[in-house]
Write a protein that binds this ligand. Structure first.
Ligand code: NAD
Length: 498
């Protein structure tokens, strides 16, 4: 039977069974979920067959049904074991790679933010996210026998994804969470929800075809704050993972269940007088221009020692960045931020103009009253350390550059700009005392020395990739172990072989 026919037939069967109120079957095998009759919960914790039947390839209209669908997917994965988890990881990595060009274009068309070349690359590198090989049990052996600590699944993880990397975050989350044995229900950002649902459909079709598991990954087709609340409060959802700004982090922490929060950043960069100016300029352009500065780890403001500031900015220009003069900076600032009166105890609070987030440097230049080549990747201008471009996480291919008199002043200004998000900070220096002082003061999850921001995620530095860097809750760069429960199994006085 061809793959398409098989998928079609599965749809029809699911639809018919859904209407009849029976559980759909996977590859002819009955759903392995324990029955209501045999389970002590009396049916309360079980997905209803009709609800699951209403979703198609994991895409649901209703958040509660999406949670139930994922729970049924989890039961099937549990039966099929680690081999099935490894297969799912392989499928997601292969599909993200094979569809990168098309899915990257679709995501850019939908979200209207970022750059096509990087949207494509962000999908191709999903292969760098760790999978089942990451999970090793810890064993202890002694006079009283053997103890094994195993990294076991939670069940269903509720995951919230950002508009800045909708399909990449979703794909990376699936690899991590399913490698750990979980199913996932997603609430995507409304601005990137269509491409997310498209990827969920494609992943589920391939997963069902290759493993027989249905609805391992589910998603609410039209996400809302209501569907977020429903996922947070559904009893099948045992763990939350949110990737986004301050609002969603606060909301998840109020949800009453464990939340892994990959929150906002505003990464400062310090360039001292021992750094290689050429390398610093090249790295800052590479990181800050990436996907038009949508990365949460991306270089957002630069503090440079006064004694080397002119040399550094000359290297920025040589490497292709374009400098704005003070008049152009003022115009860009007025276009990039609005100041709402009456907020912040009577002081106007800046709000980033969404129309300029993730737009090309040429678009920003136009807004500034300048004209640059379409090939220009990054703009910069000199500002004071309290400038709104320094303080706000603006996600545009523009970096403010601030002269500081001493390294101490640069570290203090970096700390203020980072807002204690404890996300990412960067230094360009060959002085280990400066590096150590900044690392200790900033206390960030990622601290990168002499490289672009992405070196912190295994791209040009040692390490591994994840699109969810858990900052306020402290799990760091998430990996399969992040999504596990540690359980201990103890054999008393036996099985020790010496
Ligand atoms: P966002 O905060 O607007 O949205 C993120 C997600 O949260 C979306 O799914 C959105 O619908 C949801 N959301 C937002 N407010 C909510 C609320 N009050 N209740 C429930 N759900 C809510 O962010 P964005 O613009 O899509 O993404 C950019 C932000 O995400 C930046 O602040 C960036 O630093 C951060 N980010 C962090 C990481 C990380 O790994 N730490 C990764 C990517 C993005």
């Amino acid at each position: 039977m061809s793959a398409i026919n098989e998928a079609l037939i599965r749809d029809v069967v699911a639809e018919v069974l859904g209407r009849l109120g029976q559980a759909p079957v996977a590859n002819g095998a009955p759903s392995p979920a324990p029955s209501k009759e045999t389970c002590a919960c009396g049916g309360n914790g079980h997905p209803t067959a009709s609800a699951i039947g209403r979703g198609k390839h994991g895409v649901f209209q209703d958040a509660n049904e999406a949670c139930e669908g994922a729970q049924a997917g989890f039961f099937q994965l549990r039966q099929k074991g680690v081999a099935a988890r490894a297969k799912v990881v392989e499928i997601v990595k292969a599909l993200a790679d094979a569809n990168a060009t098309e899915w990257g274009r679709i995501e850019l068309e939908e979200t209207q933010i970022g750059r096509l070349d990087h949207k494509i690359e962000k999908l191709k590198i999903i292969k760098l996210v760790p999978g089942v090989e990451w999970l090793h049990p810890d064993g202890r052996s002694g006079d009283h026998g053997i103890t094994l600590e195993e990294y076991t699944p939670f069940g269903v993880v509720g995951a919230i994804t950002p508009s800045t990397h909708s399909v990449p975050t979703l794909s990376g989350n699936i690899v991590n969470m399913v490698a750990a044995g979980n199913a996932v229900v997603f609430n995507a950002h409304p601005a990137g929800a269509k491409c997310a649902a498209m990827a969920v459909r494609a992943y589920n079709q391939a997963i069902a075809r290759e493993t027989g598991i249905e609805n391992l990954i589910t998603i609410v087709e039209q996400p809302t704050l209501g569907s977020f609340q429903a996922i947070c409060s559904h009893e099948a959802v045992r763990l939350l993972c949110v990737t986004g700004g301050p609002g969603v982090v606060k909301a998840a922490m109020r949800a009453g269940k464990r939340a892994i929060c990959a929150g906002p950043g505003n990464p400062p960069v310090l360039v001292d007088d021992t750094a290689c100016m050429k390398r610093a300029a090249k790295c800052i352009i590479q990181g800050a221009a990436y996907d038009n500065n949508l990365l949460c780890i991306g270089e957002k403001e630069v503090f440079v020692l006064e004694s080397v500031a002119d040399q550094f900015m000359a290297e920025m220009e040589k490497a292709g960045a374009v400098r704005l003069n003070s008049g152009q900076l003022d115009r860009l600032t007025k276009e990039a931020f609005t100041f709402k009166d009456g907020q912040g105890a009577g002081c106007p609070e800046p709000v980033v103009n969404k129309a300029l987030i993730g737009k090309d440097a040429a678009v920003l230049a136009k807004a500034a009253g300048a004209s640059v080549s379409d090939k220009t990747e990054l703009l910069f201008a000199e500002t004071g350390k309290d400038h709104v471009f320094v303080k706000e996480e603006q996600m545009m291919p523009f970096v403010p550059i601030v002269r500081v008199k001493t390294v101490e002043e640069g570290i203090e200004a970096s700390l203020a700009a980072e807002h204690n998000y404890k996300h990412t900070s960067i230094i360009h220096s060959h002085d280990v005392e400066h590096m150590t002082a900044m690392a200790r003061a900033l206390d960030t999850t990622l601290f990168i020395k002499n490289g672009p921001c992405m070196a912190g995620l295994g791209l040009g530095g040692e390490g591994y990739l994840s699109y969810s860097i858990a900052t306020p809750t402290g799990e760091g760069v998430t990996n399969p172990r992040t999504f596990t429960r540690v359980r201990r199994c103890v054999m008393v006085d036996n099985l020790r072989i010496y």
